[in-house]
Design a protein around this ligand. Sequence first.
Ligand code: FMN
Length: 201
Amino acid sequence: MIIDKKIQTKGPIVVAITGASGSVYALTLIRWLAGNGYPVDAIASETGKKVFEYETGTKFTVRAITNGKGLLTIHDNDNLFSSLSSGSSKQGKSSKVVIVPCSMGTLGRIAAASGSKLIERVADIALKERRRLVIVPRETPLHSLHLKNMLELSSAGAVILPAMPGFYQKPGSVDDIINFMVSKILDALDISNEMYTRWGN
Ligand SMILES: Cc1cc2nc3c(=O)[nH]c(=O)nc-3n(C[C@H](O)[C@H](O)[C@H](O)COP(=O)(O)O)c2cc1C
């Protein structure tokens, strides 16, 4: 049997989108992943979908997001019967999960392990099964409960990766700033990428 190692090593990535600002990070991330051979499972909260469409001007559909390039599946946030919804599911087994952007509401529900939607369930599974969970919160300023929730999640194994672009790479455009953040997310998922010129290059 011939095994295509390239395909074998590219496990699925779950990209969850909530109602915080910064959905362009999610759009850019999904397009990069799908365009580079990673199967993507996307889920949006109700407000996440609305903010995504408002901020990016892109409909939250497979066609509008990928334009036919790559493998993207959109899951309903209300469908707890989804294949992603159990730690025992084969489809979910190799999945890494990123929540981008992550609202303070979703962050709090995951930190309290009290979610009732698919996004919160997928995050809960990632924590209990010790899989990679990258959370990209966006809010400013932060109060002590936001900070406490982030500490709880970090202690439980999540990577807290705030949407805080750096400027040492001297961005020349908004795209440069977006690519910097998306590159940081890919790094946290252990996915090699060259989306911006790294320090020292
Ligand atoms: C345009 C817009 C921008 C928002 N930006 C943020 C934000 O940056 N951070 C945040 O925590 N909430 C933000 N919110 C509020 C969340 O959408 C709201 O708390 C929502 O209930 C989150 O639900 P979800 O976690 O299920 O997506 C924003 C709402 C709107 C309409």
